[in-house]
Design a protein around this ligand. Structure first.
Ligand code: ASP
Length: 450
């Protein structure tokens, strides 16, 4: 049994939906199909999820929203017409959207998730109709009907473990189940979404729940590449990765799979196969528990911008019992989740995502560190990037750090922070955001060049 997930670009228009139907019909084992909302049809286009966010924002600001709503309906109508599906499919979608827009929900986060989730929900109904038109016994299933329960963290939900037992019934469902990605329900029955790109997480959860033989994740690239393909020509494709390698690379910017989509399948040991909807015959990239690797071998280099660092220094910090705990407690009490916390004898840094750290919180955090921890200095540096050099083979290998630092010094990039642990499969580097691309290209050439 295979669980297959199709991303937004794979469902952006009728031509893509046709390809999806053909892929599903080509293999009787593809019995659970998870869909995203329609994505971008071309470069300048807008994803349906973003159109829905715009719609919700209009209503929340008390502005007219008919135009925004019409642009969402038009995306589904275009697919319905081109596939010659019955008109009631779109009428039903429009009715659903109007009902959501009319919701009396007082919390803006709950309302926003209700709107965002409709992108996937309505697309699953549309794709099920497209499959049925081709003679497939396809059934739309709502996450509530099979107990996909999530935490009540709106826009950032996590699976509640008890969901797995109830989702298992999908294993015995007749025909092909078409399941909307990206959302589930809280215990109180509210719609709640995963973080953006979260349909990957839904697919992984369902694959684990039904103990699928493989979780196929269809997107718009032939395989995962060793580095962002827009940075180098003839980039090296990766045929096999371990879960840990993929998690590190996704965390640091490899957009091909959501980094939170790895955990559910790890527990069940289910391989993930990244495949291309536009070229399904290409073998793609397998993500597995273990693979063979050469000593010192690097598999990929990822980077992400949008980080900042709180630098704290205090003479004799190493002697002060509980300093690290107290610093991190302030971070916790201010509702911040930190990414890394490298330290020295008299200093400690806390690295955060800038999007989670608005100016008002920054001022509050700095004041508290000054007042409560009696430090010598504390300041924030913005505009950092994290580069992750990843490979199982890096453990125990001699010389990788030398290759990394030389590659960066060759292009005049200063390393602000470096984190390498002998038991880890990655080397993490903090550099200025404006230096990140040239640093990554130089690293790629050092590890993968001629
Ligand atoms: N449609 C949602 C997004 O754009 C979720 C997804 O595509 O996975 O983030």
């Amino acid at each position: 049994m295979k669980v297959v997930k199709f991303g937004g670009s794979s469902l952006a228009n009728a031509e893509q939906v046709k390809k999806v139907c053909e892929i599903v019909m080509a293999d009787v084992d593809r019995r659970v199909v998870v869909v995203s909302a329609p994505g971008k049809r071309h470069g300048g286009d807008t994803k349906v999820t973003d159109l829905l966010i715009a719609c919700a924002n209009c209503r929340q600001a008390g502005k007219p929203y008919e135009e925004a709503l019409a642009s969402v309906v038009a995306r589904y109508a275009e697919i319905q017409k081109d596939l010659d599906l019955p008109e009631y499919v779109v009428a039903e979608i429009e009715r659903d959207l109007r009902q959501r827009m009319a919701s009396e929900e007082p919390s803006k986060h709950v309302f926003m998730d209700l709107m965002k989730a409709s992108g996937e929900d309505n697309n699953a109904k549309l794709v099920a109709a497209a499959l049925r038109k081709r003679g497939v016994e396809a059934n739309y299933v709502n996450p509530k009907d099979v107990g996909l329960l999530l935490s009540d963290e709106y826009g950032n939900a996590q699976i509640l473990p008890e969901s797995y037992a109830s989702l298992r019934k999908l294993k015995d469902a007749a025909g092909v189940t078409v399941f909307p990605g990206f959302f589930g329900y809280t215990k109180a029955g509210q719609v709640v979404t995963f973080p953006r790109g979260g349909s990957d997480i839904t697919g992984s959860i369902l694959a684990a729940a039904v103990e699928a033989d493989v979780y196929e994740n269809f997107t718009d690239v032939d395989s995962v590449c060793a580095v962002n393909p827009s940075l180098v020509t003839n980039v090296k494709p990766i045929s096999k990765l371990t879960y840990r390698e993929m998690r590190e690379l996704s965390y640091a910017g490899f957009g091909v799979l959501h980094d939170e989509a790895i955990l559910p399948v790890i527990r069940a040991g289910i391989p993930i196969c990244i495949k291309n909807t536009n070229q399904p015959e290409a073998p793609g990239t397998m993500i597995v528990r273990e693979r063979e690797y050469g000593l010192g071998e690097v598999v990929g280099i990822a980077y992400d911008v949008g980080f900042c660092t709180i630098f704290v220094s205090k003479y004799l910090m190493n002697r002060e019992l509980g300093f690290g705990r107290k610093l991190l407690q302030i971070i916790e009490e201010e509702g911040l989740s930190y990414e890394h916390a490298p330290s020295g004898i008299d200093n400690m840094s806390v690295i955060l995502r800038e999007r989670d750290f608005p100016k008002s919180t920054e001022e509050q955090v700095l004041a508290r560190i000054n007042n409560e921890l009696n430090v010598d200095s504390v300041f924030v540096e913005h505009g950092m990037a994290m580069i992750m050099v990843v490979g199982e083979g890096m453990r125990y290998a001699v010389g990788n750090a030398a290759t990394v630092t030389k590659a960066l010094s060759d292009v005049g990039v200063n390393i602000d922070m470096i984190n390498l642990s002998s038991s880890e499969v990655n080397m993490m580097l903090g550099v200025k955001a404006e230096d990140s691309e040239k640093a990554v290209v130089s690293l790629y050439n050092a590890f993968f060049g001629e």
